[in-house]
Structures are given as structure tokens and as C-alpha cells.
Design a protein around this ligand. Sequence first.
Ligand code: MN
Length: 425
Amino acid sequence: MNAAPDDTCDVALESWVESANVAGCDFPIQNLPFGRFRREDDDSWCIGVAIGDQVLDLRKAGVFDTHDMNRVIRLKREQRQAVRQAISEGLRKGSAQRGKFEAALLSQADLELGVPCTIRDYTDFYVGIHHATAIGKQFRPDSPLLPNYKWVPIGYHGRASTIVASGSSFHRPVGQTKAPDDASPAVNPSARLDLELELGIVISRPNVHGVPIPLDAAEEHVFGITLFNDWSARDIQGWEYQPLGPFLSKNFASTISPWMVTLEALEPFRKPWSRPEGDPRPLPYLDSQANSQRGAFDIGLEVWLQTARMEQAGHAGDCISRSNFAQAAYWTVAQLVAHHTVNGCSLSAGDLFGSGTLSGPRPEQAGSLLELTSGGKQPLQLSNGEKRTYLQDGDSIILKGFCERPGFRRIGFGECRGKVLPARA
Ligand code: MN
């Protein structure tokens, strides 16, 4: 884990890209997140960093000779830091590189932003202890957390094939459901379609098959963090999940935000990681001084719901939940990497870890409708008079994330937006 933020995070830095200096902007010069884009008239993907409302085309700017993001994300940490330094210097006010970089700038509004890298394997964890507790309570009021929860970072292997770019729509999934009183299951469009507020962790350097990644080296293998919505069909999930866990209730679509915010940019927003009094200390392979001192990240999170009626009325939607990664997560990013490889499992550049639903400690901070509506029993009242238990056709969910700390420039994650279309006829 890094010692301290370098000068690329200095609050005093300003860019000659004026939109990056506007207060509240997600992409000031201190952020520089990586993503992929393409122009309307060209179907090939290019790689860039976001700066203000622009994108710097990294090949055109002479930073890389490739458009392959997966080659970039597997760079060693020192190489990555050197690249970040070069981009930061080129975008600073007064830079001698301005002419070259200016010719490589494109307006984000004119571009399609994609899935930020080629995603290899996808694992979804379950680090949100308040979520796990709230869900567990619906089934086991007396002992909501299963006995392994405080020892094992729980996860399952998902599918990368249906991870889609922010801005995509998807059809309501169809599947087997069975209400407790039904004699037999039926095949129907899901009636309990939900969102899950998560972060996506993008793996950078692979490990050798059979060789675990130690906790204190884990972040060498992490490139950055995105927003991630793990859409979930609760009625399909409730029928299919025993005994092997989620399957078709989760893999019809998951939406990822376009920008990978690097660990370098997140450096000022680290926090100590600790456990509540009385909880077990992690086993040695999941425990270290560095992890305890600075393993957590303070990332504010929001869930917005925009119904079809709101969209037609030009209404941006309602914020239905606010949470925070450091408050919600029982395990750190580094612990997930160490755990995933403790058995020798090999990770690849471009693997994605979902964090699990990041519900805060209070009920209104929940990261799913399952929690916010008490299992569909208490509808949310929306500002335009509509109500929601689960998602309806035409609803959009927008996730947002940001880091704020006195003495540092606020950085944002952009948005992770997806829309529900009716089930296919
Ligand atoms: Mn999930």
C-alpha cells in the first residue's frame, strides 16, 4: 500500500481544460480516471482519461501506442504512476505539452462511453454487512448472519458476458418463480426486479496459478474502482438459490460505469479499517498493520431512481438512498484479493470483483429495494406522487459516487445508468 498521495493529488493543481476546474466537477485534474470511448462514425474503441467534460485520447496524445485498455491496466504500479504523472503534467495550466494534448481532446457529449476494459472473469462478493444482516433478518430474525460471515469474504462466480455499459437498457428477465403457496413453479417475467448498489474492482496484474497474493501485495493487483449495479430478480433468486446460490436471477444484466478511478487518485481518501468491538480478528492471511491503518476507502454513494414519467417530464429523478463504502464494507479491497487467491486461484488483468450490496447502517441507506421497501411491503413514496416497491418497465437507476475530504479536491465516479425495458414478448 502506498505511503502517501503524490503531487498528482495536490489540491492546488488546475488544468488548462477549464471545465475540470469547476467546483463539484467529477473529473478534476486530481482524478484522471481511465475508460474506453468511440466516435459516432467509427466502431473501434479507443482509450482515454476523463478531464472535466472532455476525454483525452491517450494514443493521440502520445501517451500509449495502443488502444487496448487491458494492456494498460496490467502495467506495474511504478509504470502506472509514471503514466499518471505524465498525463497530470500535460494537463496542468502552463504545460508545454498543451498543444499536443489539446489536439487529442474530445467532448464526452460527442462520444459513446463503453465498458471500461474487456472484462475477463467476474466474481461478486457480499461485503456489505448491513445488507447481509438486513437480508438475513427476513429469513432468520434471530441469527441473521450465517456463522461464516465474519471469517470468510463470501462470494460467488458470476458471468462477465452480460456486464453492460452505463446508458444501456435491458429487457426484464423471464424465469422460473414460485410463490410459497403455489403448488408448482411457473415461467414469468420477474415481478420483483431490483437493483444492487455496488462498486466494481478491476484487477490489474495477474498472479501465477497456484501462487496466492499476500495481503500487503494485494493492491499491486488492483487497477481501480467503478460503480456497479448488479440487477437482481428477487423472485427468480428466491426459488433458484438453494443450495448453490444465485444463478439466472443475476446474470441477465449488470451495469458498469465508464470510468475506472485509479488507486492513485483514491490515495487521499483512504481510511483505517477496523472491526466492531467483540468481532473476531481476521485470520492471519487477511490481517496486516497496513490493511488496518489504511485499507478502507471513503467513497460516498448515491442511488437515484428516474421513472418513465419523470423522464418524460424532464425530471432527473429522486435520490432514494445514500451510503458509503467504508461504512458499509466488512472487508477491504485488499482482503478480497488475498482471499480470492489463497487457494492458488489465478486472476487475470481485467477480472472484475463486485463488492456486494453496499447498504449503510440505517434502513434509509440501503442499497437495494428489497431492503428499502421491506421486501416489497412498504412502497417508496416518490416526489412526483408515484410509488415503487420493485422496478417497473421504463424505470432507470442511476448510481453515483464521489470522494470528499478537507484539504483535497473532490473527485467523482461519473454515473452508472441503466434502464428497464419490458420483458420480450
Ligand atoms: Mn450482488
